[in-house]
Design a protein around this ligand. Structure first.
Ligand SMILES: [Zn+2]
Length: 364
């Protein structure tokens, strides 16, 4: 029932928003700009303010255009490519299913047995950072939240356009709020009348300004830490990660510390070592509680979604850079995980060591 209601709201709410924008356009452009400022009724006994009216209307459309573009791009991506994970065969079981997709990575998030996380509903492994959405009935890559105001799922594919839409909508509603409030006060003072349409526009713009600016600031705060809304709810948890490599590296790391006569505090909780049938070895480790495995630092975190150039930050056109997986993993690993790999000769450290040794043997 919840699911049907959410999905219904995701169709109705964007239409209501379009209606409200049409209403704001009527109130600000026509009622304030064209009538009140440029062609006032003779009986009002007020001066004609043509240039003020034209200026207000021009600025209105300059702010309206990027918001409309971001909104159309957002809705288009949400409907065309919400970033769902393919469904598995309903008869398939976790054990025995190919992990080929994960084997090319230095590391991936996993369960205690070292296998990737499993979705019982989709009958498939979950890529890193994906979550099962009850609204879509599917696992979604880098799922953020289901937003009926934007028409559906905010995820890897749409997060950038969602943030851009919130920014432009906050600027637009802020402008409508200020212009309507200023000229409502002006009109009350000069001719003593206060049309319902103007009061309604002030109220709607006020509500949506608070909503969009608050949402924008919250989303940017989470993005600066590279957390999705789902992850922010579980941020105190530990993350279990399978890293490529073998445990002799780990014992060496520990014994080196011993021989140097240091107090050994084993801070990396190692759960198990896994030997796959394809002769690959993985060491299963856990992060510290509250440690975000994806936090690369504020600017790289923001760039991973908004893009690498200032044009990308503001233009709602290109997809986010984080969508393209690398050898490192489904997404770039954060500072804490990279350190863990380096110190224990696992994951990327294991890969670069193997490269160096194969390079040496090919030269020798
Ligand atoms: Zn699922």
């Amino acid at each position: 029932m919840d699911r049907a209601m959410n999905r219904g709201a995701a169709v109705v709410l964007p239409l209501i928003e379009v209606g409200l924008i049409a209403y704001a356009t009527y109130a600000l452009v026509y009622s304030v700009g064209v009538i009140y400022l440029m062609n006032p009724d003779k009986s009002w006994n007020i001066e004609r303010r043509r240039s003020t009216g034209i200026g207000l209307i021009v600025v209105y459309f300059v702010l309206f255009a990027p918001m409309a573009l971001a909104f159309m791009r957002l809705v288009q991506v949400i409907w065309a490519n919400p970033g769902v994970v393919p469904l598995g065969d309903p008869t398939s079981e976790k054990k025995g299913l190919s992990t080929k997709q994960f084997d090319r990575y230095d590391a991936y998030t996993c369960e205690y047995d070292g296998l990737p996380r499993w979705c019982h509903d989709c009958h498939n492994f979950k890529p890193d950072r994906s979550h099962h959405s009850s609204d879509l009935g599917r696992c979604v890559r880098r799922m953020d939240h289901f937003c009926p105001y934007a028409g559906g799922m905010i995820s890897e594919t749409s997060h950038k356009f969602f943030i851009q839409f919130l920014f432009y909508a906050a600027v637009y509603t802020g402008y409508v709020l200020i212009v309507m409030a200023v000229f409502l006060a002006d009109r009350i003072q000069k001719i003593g009348s206060h049309p319902g349409v103007w009061i309604g526009a002030v109220a709607c713009a006020g509500v949506f300004f608070l909503f969009t600016s608050g949402m924008f600031l919250t989303t940017m705060y989470y993005l600066s830490e590279n957390l999705t809304t789902v992850e922010s709810l579980n941020r105190a948890n530990v993350t279990t990660i399978a890293m490529r490599g073998t445990s002799p590296d780990l014992s060496r790391a520990v014994s080196t510390a011993n021989s140097a006569n240091c107090v050994v505090t084993q801070t990396t909780p190692i759960i198990t070592e896994v030997q796959r049938t394809n002769s690959r070895s993985y060491v299963v480790v856990q992060t510290q509680p509250g440690e975000n495995p994806w936090d690369m630092g504020t600017l790289p975190n923001i760039k991973s979604i908004l893009g690498n150039s200032v044009f990308d930050w503001f233009l709602p056109l290109r997809m986010s850079p984080c969508i393209h997986p690398s050898e490192a993993g489904e997404y770039e690993w954060g500072i804490a995980v990279q350190k863990l790999m380096r110190e224990n000769g696992l994951g990327s450290a294991y890969r670069s060591r193997r490269r160096r040794s194969s390079h040496r043997s090919s030269r020798g």
